[in-house]
Design a protein around this ligand. Sequence first.
Ligand SMILES: NC(=O)c1ccc[n+]([C@@H]2O[C@H](COP(=O)([O-])OP(=O)(O)OC[C@H]3O[C@@H](n4cnc5c(N)ncnc54)[C@H](OP(=O)(O)O)[C@@H]3O)[C@@H](O)[C@H]2O)c1
Length: 253
Amino acid sequence: MIIGILGVGHLAASMLAGFLRSGLDPAAILLSPRGKAAVLSARHGFQLAADNRDLVERSDVVVLSVRPQHAPETVAGLPWRIGQTVVSVCAGVPLSRLDVAPARAVRAMPFTASEIAASPTVYFPDVGEARAVLDRLGPSIALPSENDFEVATVSAAVYGWAQDLIRKTAEWSSAEGLDPAISRRLAAMTFVAAGQLIAEKDEPMDQMLEELVTPGGITERGLQVLSLRGVPAAWEEACVAVLDKLTKRRFDA
Ligand SMILES: NC(=O)c1ccc[n+]([C@@H]2O[C@H](COP(=O)([O-])OP(=O)(O)OC[C@H]3O[C@@H](n4cnc5c(N)ncnc54)[C@H](OP(=O)(O)O)[C@@H]3O)[C@@H](O)[C@H]2O)c1
């Protein structure tokens, strides 16, 4: 199977690192000729397509990774064929805007943690060829509708907010005198531990937190400050703002 990457920028570079890490032969990957394509091809041995038409003709699965506003025009008029799958990772671009018939279009939302095969990647619809590609980047999660996919895409923004919180925590503790390298590692691994425990257990999250938050203890103290400063409400407002941006975006302009 040949995987074509249409749009070789920041996210594509992370996915390509994940594909290599998963053991995929670089000769089975074909890159569109722009962005980081030439450098990555020279470094790792990926194939380079002559142009986007050549890429579509030679690929079984095409991962579309251009900026959202460029997605509809990029796929238009290319020689799509029956049996081909297009996996669009373009945030907020509905399937209806991707004219790739008679190929099948799938939406997916990988994170840059693809690079270390740790991206929980949501996708819709559940097409086997797409799943086979996405499973190389971390745990893939099929969703039942495009509406669900849009809601789940908010997690791609939350992923960045979590990194920002990790940075803030690390900067605060190193300003307090903790070694910066230890601060960074501790803050990062704290978020990993919090997420992994919830991911691996079935108990209701309310119950897990109730057991964790000792009355009068340090976790409760911090939560009180965060609540007083409106952080939970602001977090929810940020999620709503991202969903709004995803669903109300206009690509006609
Ligand atoms: N960055 C993330 O962490 C992330 C996470 C999830 C989803 N996404 C989605 O991934 C997509 C790409 O994001 P990005 O951050 O990787 O953007 P990016 O770094 O700007 O990469 C986009 C690449 O597409 C190339 N391109 C544009 N039009 C093209 C065309 N017609 N033919 C061939 N190549 C073309 C650009 O080439 P030039 O440089 O020559 O213009 C650029 O190299 C976006 O739709 C975004 O919503 C990104």
